[in-house]
Design a protein around this ligand. Structure first.
Ligand code: FES
Length: 64
């Protein structure tokens, strides 16, 4: 699913950056991709994806 239509960035790319590159905030995400640099409507959705991915990761680690 495209999160940022202006820059063509998907939820999968964001999740991958969180889990593999340790991205934990919008500022860190913007160091990797140009998300949110045009119209800005994707920023809230992207922040939610970062948050839920971090929570999922934390739960997974607890179980393991
Ligand atoms: S949808 Fe991301 S900047 Fe427009």
């Amino acid at each position: 699913m495209y999160v940022c239509i202006c820059k063509g960035i998907t939820d999968h790319q964001i999740k991958q950056l969180v889990t593999e590159e340790g991205v934990g905030s919008m500022r860190e995400l913007k160091n990797h991709v140009a998300l949110g640099t045009q119209c800005g409507t994707c920023v809230k959705v992207a922040q939610n994806i970062i948050n839920t991915t971090i929570v999922d990761e934390a739960l997974f680690k607890d179980v393991g």
